[in-house]
Design a protein around this ligand. Structure first.
Ligand SMILES: [Zn+2]
Ligand SMILES: [Zn+2]
Length: 139
């Protein structure tokens, strides 16, 4: 068992994988996500992420996370977007602009190197998951 403190409320919970957030906070966050999504759908002309964040009572960074996870996307005519993690160009979803994606595919940019520290625990979690699947298969 892997017990950790929730990063949002500080409560101790059984950590499985992904973000270090307890189930109650994940649920609250999920409700916020739906709220933000609905708000964006109803306010297609909303000027910026900051406006949406203030209207919904969510942190700007949280909204950016959802965009990077490609859970939130914007139309080409929307003024909203986030910066490419590599060159800083404004993009509509994901982490990199088309140009940088292309460079990454060609090996010109080391995408893993951009946030190696951030992805390290997740890699371990997926290794553990793979091992568990292996054990399941043997039964
Ligand atoms: Zn919590
Ligand atoms: Zn870029």
């Amino acid at each position: 068992m892997n017990v950790k403190n929730c990063r949002k409320c500080g409560k101790i919970f059984n950590y499985i994988s992904g973000q270090q957030i307890c189930p109650a906070c994940i649920e609250a966050l999920e409700a916020k996500f739906q709220e933000v999504k609905t708000y964006i759908q109803e306010h297609r002309d909303a000027a910026s992420i900051t406006v949406v964040a203030e209207a919904c009572g969510v942190e700007v960074n949280q909204i950016k996370n959802w965009i990077r996870e490609e859970r939130l996307t914007f139309g080409d005519d929307s003024p909203m977007g986030i910066e490419c993690e590599s060159c800083g160009n404004i993009i509509k979803s994901g982490r990199f602009c088309e140009k940088c994606k292309d460079s990454i595919a060609k090996g010109l940019i080391d995408a893993a190197g951009l946030n190696a520290k951030k992805t390290e625990p997740e890699k371990k979690a997926s290794r553990d998951a793979a091992r568990m699947r292996f054990l399941d298969g043997k039964r």
